[in-house]
Design a protein around this ligand. Structure first.
Ligand SMILES: Nc1ncnc2c1ncn2[C@@H]1O[C@H](COP(=O)(O)OP(=O)(O)OP(=O)(O)O)[C@@H](O)[C@H]1O
Ligand SMILES: [Mg+2]
Length: 241
């Protein structure tokens, strides 16, 4: 049984009188420890697919199973627990709440489903890893685009999810910071969290064990499979550099 299974997933939208499938019968299995990239042109259906996979958008057809359970058949309470505690989601664009500091923002998923331990301590470790710990007391409007992206990544990781879904998480970042984030995702995947990332940056594809391409709602596996070993070696050489 896979951690996340998308089975013949379709989302139909209409524009004017014309209906079209933004996502067209996509099937995908994500296992613990997988690090999967999805690439594709603007408008090809990547965000629509991720939103359905994260439990945020009801499919027109097909199913999404998480740990063997069809998530669109869960109660509201069960699905919100899943979304907050098991799935870390980094949406495309700015998503922080403007009236809260960075530290408060990244701890919100923890406060929704409190557990043992100190959320602030945990958050500060992640803020440090992503290079923005000095911004903990700042408000979102005082941050750059890349800093906001990194805060959204920390928020997605605060509950140590079993699945991380990220929609262009490095779109505002420079090459060096992008490599840092990819290394972080790589480590997370290595520790057993499944990572599913939409990316535009071709050089980030060396991280990850599978790459899919989306084209007008259809998804295909690219023959770019990089063995886990080779990308781990690459990570090692980046660490040494
Ligand atoms: N709520 C909606 N109603 C109608 N059409 C929609 C809706 N949301 C998205 N679409 C359309 O569905 C298609 C896929 O959109 P989606 O946001 O998934 O693309 P994307 O691959 O993420 O693009 P980008 O790389 O620009 O983020 C686009 O043609 C978009 O215009
Ligand atoms: Mg998108």
């Amino acid at each position: 049984m896979s951690l996340l299974e998308l089975q013949s997933l379709t989302k139909e939208y209409s524009r004017g009188s014309r209906a079209f499938n933004a996502v067209n019968s996509v099937t995908l299995s994500v296992e613990a420890g997988d690090y999967i990239n999805i690439i594709g042109r603007s408008g090809s259906g990547k965000s629509t697919l991720l939103n359905m996979g994260a439990g945020l958008l009801t499919p027109t057809e097909g199913t999404v199973s998480f740990d063997g359970r069809d998530i669109y058949r869960l109660s509201d309470k069960e699905i919100s627990f899943l979304r907050n505690a098991k799935i870390g989601y980094v949406p495309q664009g700015q998503s922080l709440l403007s009236n809260f500091t960075v530290l408060e923002n990244v701890c919100i998923p923890w406060f929704l489903f409190p557990r043992r331990g100190d959320p602030y301590e945990h958050a500060l470790v992640l803020l440090e890893k992503t290079g923005i710990s000095h911004l903990a007391a700042s408000y979102p409007k005082e941050l750059s685009g890349g800093e906001l992206r990194r805060a959204a990544i920390v928020r997605a990781l605060i509950n140590s999810p079993s699945l991380l879904i990220a929609d262009e998480p490095t779109s505002d970042l420079d090459t060096e910071t992008t490599a840092e984030i990819m290394k972080l995702f790589n480590d997370i995947a290595h520790n057993g969290t499944a990572v599913l990332v939409v990316t535009h940056e071709i050089d980030t594809l060396s991280y990850g064990n599978k790459t899919y391409s989306m084209n007008a709602g259809n998804m295909t596996l690219l023959p770019l499979q990089i063995e886990r070993r080779s990308y781990l070696l690459k990570t090692e050489s980046l660490r040494e550099a």
